[in-house]
Write a protein that binds this ligand. Structure first.
Ligand code: FMN
Length: 465
């Protein structure tokens, strides 16, 4: 059981609160704009190695940028006059009830940006009732984080080399009251992150983020001497255990037998991998490219979402992270098939700026999901059940060429078909070569952009050549 949130729903109306306080001369203590928050934190973090670690991505950081661009390419089509007085943002994902469809993504070694690290994050998450996912490479242990704050929590597993150790971590999480296991599968090899390589620094090698290892009896039994007596050897054993490139689909049977908790796989981008997860009795998938930190050039997570949701969305929980920066982004992800999203870097920026109140400001008021309440209001839906793909105008925001390029990418990346609206494909183009058929996929949706023009947008199913 989890404690009721102290700050509670409805995750909306914060705007009024800000203006009312403004009448007494008080302006918000933390940045309201997420971009400003990011800028401030980048400027203020004292240790450039920590800056590199939290802001950096793999390779030329193309995928990191693509994650953000994929959200920008899509636009919400609001509906009006729908009585949005009561907006219910609550949802339940795999038996975890949450006041808004937003979960704090697992982020390791949080004490590099604030001494209290995950403890502060856990308190802020619990205060608003949003679930947090604790990383295997956390700066505070599974038990300490659980003791600190009673909000809903899931545990993220980096499956170590030793199965016995993996089983110990999962058992500890289950005993401590974590409600799901998130197995991250896109980090079996270390991502090539030039910013980290330039500072030649990784927090874990400096002993940060190893609380779950050093406190584990199975890990301790792998050491010749206690951690305090030979910390270097303990870090050496961490290096042996940390990544497990031998992990394969067959290992999932072991994990499934280990725990009664729901299991989600984090790092799915291809629909067939989602289907493979379903075949192994996995309960959910997280469409994610690790925030562009693993393989540069990977598809943006949002672009990969519709095909995965199409393939398994009726049977599994489908979540998304990588690039979520605002309430509008949450609504877009939900409209494209996600049941909830994971918020990553923005809450870490809040933590870096001001510890627990900084995280709380991000979660409660300013960005996500505070803004979700408004966006849902604009979209004329009284709850997330009614968020659907027809609220997204999948048309270009920059250029038509961008829109076609994104469809081409979607088709290139594996799904047999993608959904679009009123698509015209010109013969001889790169997109035309990828498309086999375009069929109507539902009734036309009337649209109007101003009083002079109206048109019908027809959902279509585009099949890959
Ligand atoms: C500094 C940092 C550390 C991270 N550590 C972990 C981790 O320990 N385990 C994990 O599964 N994902 C980890 N991630 C990935 C996040 O869970 C999430 O997928 C990513 O932050 C989403 O991208 P975004 O923050 O750009 O939206 C980390 C991300 C960052 C930025």
């Amino acid at each position: 059981m989890t404690d009721p949130p102290a700050h509670g729903p409805p995750f909306a109306g914060y705007q009024s609160e800000i203006f009312l306080l403004g009448m007494g001369g008080t302006t918000p203590e933390h940045p309201v704009s997420v971009d400003e928050l990011e800028r401030l934190v980048e400027e203020q973090i004292a240790d450039p190695r920590a800056t590199a670690y939290i802001f950096g991505g793999a390779g030329r950081e193309d995928t990191m940028r693509a994650n953000l661009a994929a959200f920008r390419r899509r636009r919400i089509v609001p509906r009006v006059l729908g009585n949005v007085a009561d907006r219910d943002l609550t949802t339940t994902v795999l038996n975890t009830r949450m006041p808004a469809p937003v979960i704090l993504a697992p982020i390791g070694a949080q004490s590099i940006v604030h001494d209290e690290g995950e403890l502060a994050t856990a308190r802020a998450a619990a205060a608003v009732g949003l679930p947090m996912v604790l990383s295997t490479v956390a700066s505070h242990s599974i038990e300490d984080v659980a003791a600190e704050a009673g909000g809903p929590k899931w545990f993220q597993l980096y499956w170590p080399r030793s199965r016995e150790f993996a089983s110990s971590l999962v058992g500890r999480a289950e005993t401590a009251g974590y409600e799901a296991i998130v197995l991250t599968v896109d980090a079996s090899l270390q991502g090539w992150k030039p910013r980290d390589l330039e500072s030649a620094w990784m927090p874990q090698l400096a002993g940060v983020g190893l609380a779950n290892y050093f406190s584990d009896p199975v890990f301790q039994a792998l050491l010749d001497k206690p951690v305090d007596e030979d910390p270097q050897a303990a870090v050496g054993q961490f290096i042996v255990q940390y990544l497990n490139p031998e992990l394969s689909w067959d290992d999932l049977e072991f994990l499934r037998a280990e725990t009664e908790l729901p299991i989600l796989i984090k790092g799915i981008l291809h629909p067939e991998d989602a289907v493979a997860a379903r075949e192994r009795e996995i309960d959910g998938v997280i469409v994610s490219n690790h925030g562009g930190r693993q393989i540069d050039g990977e598809v943006a997570a949002l672009d990969a979402l519709p095909a995965v949701a199409d393939a398994v969305g009726d049977d599994l929980a489908v979540l998304l992270d990588s690039g979520v920066r605002s309430g509008a982004d949450v609504v877009k992800a939900l409209a494209l098939g996600a049941d909830a999203v994971l918020l990553g870097r923005p809450y870490l920026w809040g933590l870096a700026l001001d510890g627990e109140p900084g995280v709380l400001a991000v979660l409660e008021r300013r960005h996500t999901p505070g803004r979700v309440g408004d966006v849902v209001g604009w979209a004329r839906v009284a709850g997330f059940d009614s968020v659907s793909v027809d609220l997204i105008y999948g048309s270009p925001t920059e250029t038509l060429a961008d829109w076609r390029a994104s469809l081409e990418t979607a088709l290139e990346h594996g799904p047999d078909h993608v959904s679009a609206y009123s698509l015209i494909v010109e013969p001889g183009t790169a997109l035309a070569r990828r498309v086999a058929t375009i069929e109507p996929a539902g009734p036309a949706v009337p649209r109007a952009n101003n009083t002079l023009r109206a048109w019908a947008s027809i959902p279509v199913r585009v099949t890959r050549a």
